[in-house]
Design a binder for this molecule. Structure first.
Ligand SMILES: NC(=O)c1ccc[n+]([C@@H]2O[C@H](COP(=O)([O-])OP(=O)(O)OC[C@H]3O[C@@H](n4cnc5c(N)ncnc54)[C@H](O)[C@@H]3O)[C@@H](O)[C@H]2O)c1
Length: 403
């Protein structure tokens, strides 16, 4: 048996863990616990401070849950940023897991305080705010990681390595779908109020919420960008303020077409994110609900199922973030841990000069990936509102022309 290398779980050579704070994530919140678990499992972080809820009593109770000292449990993120930046043992990064409309203000506050940021998606609710964060990150030199966890699965790295090697030849088509069932409607307790409020989620709830995940997965796996698209949107569940379904036609930067189907009102679908990539020399297929397997079908040979682990054709990039022997299941929690391990390396490199081998962080999503998600969401909304016309996406890296 060949064991995986698993070097991503090694603590950076500081002789201690990095100090992490949270905004949001307290009792009653959904995604905060995933961040917390990923940070702990990565072994790169100690959670020492937080403004864990917009409700002070919940913030204090949540801080006790996470063993945060009472004097580092804050009632407002601004107070937290100021106090922590002034402490010699202050936090070195903050994780922001609050509703979308608060991301820009909170992230900007910590960037300005010189504290590295780990921000949940979608980056903001507007392209203008996303561009503001990209500019502020560059100005301050502080790192900003976007938490797109699906691309941090070992078998997505395996797919990316295979595509880079030319295993599928020239990329000719991409088919993606992401279906969930939580937004069928008719039951007010199904989701927090903010998720149904257009002013708080952004121009398209369905694209911002799960379309941005799919876009990032597509880019991480293929190295390709979406240059234009057309979007239809529908409400297939009970009536609600924004469509719960989107059908998006894509054109990639090599001219290849793609299709992305999104729906969070799909009965029986839990987290059905699936990607199929077809090329001149073969095909790759990955399903988030069975993340340890990657189906590869060379054009003129029999299919091959890669299974996460060490050896048996698993490429070094994938083996590096594979922690248990093959057959002992790894899941989304490990993908979060991989994300937090690499975010830890980014912060250790920036703050403490820890040297990293070239390319170590090339899969870590940053501010540009956050902006890409916002440009994509905006383009989908533009297309839908114009009756389904083709829309060209603005580049996330090109300079912005003066208004
Ligand atoms: N990366 C992923 O896979 C993933 C998954 C789910 C949600 N998300 C994103 O995470 C974010 C949060 O989503 P959720 O479903 O956990 O929301 P939620 O409503 O369940 O939780 C939000 C939490 O933020 C707290 N909060 C709100 N404003 C605050 C403030 N100013 N200061 C401190 N705390 C504050 C609330 O009290 C609550 O605890 C959203 O942007 C969502 O899109 C990402």
């Amino acid at each position: 048996m060949v064991f995986a290398d698993s070097s991503a779980l090694r603590i950076p050579p500081l002789g201690r863990r990095l100090r992490l704070g949270f905004v949001g994530g307290g009792r009653g919140g959904l995604v905060g616990n995933w961040h917390f678990a990923g940070a702990r499992l990565s072994n790169h972080w100690e959670v020492v401070a937080g403004a864990l809820s917009s409700r002070p009593e919940v913030a204090a109770a949540s801080a006790r849950d996470w063993c945060i000292a009472p004097d580092r449990s804050y009632t407002h993120y601004r107070e937290m940023a100021a106090c922590e930046a002034a402490r010699p043992d202050g936090i070195e990064a903050v994780s922001i897991c609050t509703p979308n409309d608060s991301h820009a203000g909170i992230a900007a506050c910590f960037l300005r305080a010189g504290i590295d940021v780990i921000l949940d998606k979608p980056m903001t609710t507007t392209v203008a705010d996303a561009r503001m964060l990209v500019a502020l990150r560059a100005e301050t030199g502080v790192s900003l990681t976007m938490t797109y966890p699906f691309a941090q699965h070992a078998m997505v790295r395996q797919a990316s390595a295979l595509i880079e090697e030319g295993a599928i030849g020239q990329l000719r088509q991409v088919q993606m779908e992401y279906f969930q069932d939580w937004n069928q409607g008719g039951q007010p307790e199904e989701s927090p109020i903010w998720r149904q409020d257009p002013a708080r989620v952004g121009r398209s709830s369905i694209v911002g919420d799960i379309g941005t995940h799919a876009l990032h997965l597509l880019q991480a796996m293929t190295g390709r960008d979406v240059v234009s698209l057309r979007a239809d949107m529908f409400t297939c569940g009970a009536p609600k303020p924004q469509p719960d379904t989107a059908h998006v036609s894509l054109r990639l930067d090599n001219g290849a077409p793609g299709l992305l189907h999104l729906c969070n009102a799909a009965p029986g679908q839990f987290c059905a994110l699936r990607v199929r990539v077809w090329g001149s020399g073969g095909a790759l297929e990955w399903d988030q609900e069975t993340p340890e397997r990657l189906r590869y079908v060379p054009r003129d040979a029999e299919e091959h199922i890669f299974v996460r682990g060490g050896g048996q054709g698993i490429r070094p990039d994938a083996a590096r973030i594979s922690h248990l022997p093959r057959g002992h299941g790894e899941a989304l929690s490990d993908a979060w841990a991989n994300l937090y391990a690499e975010a830890g390396l980014a912060v250790a490199a920036r703050r403490h000069g820890v040297a990293l081998a070239p390319g170590t962080l090339r899969h870590l999503p940053g501010a540009i990936e956050g902006l890409r998600g916002m440009l994509f969401t905006d383009a989908c909304a533009d297309s839908y509102e114009a009756g389904g016309t083709w829309v060209t996406l603005a580049s996330a890296t090109a300079p912005v022309p003066p208004a």
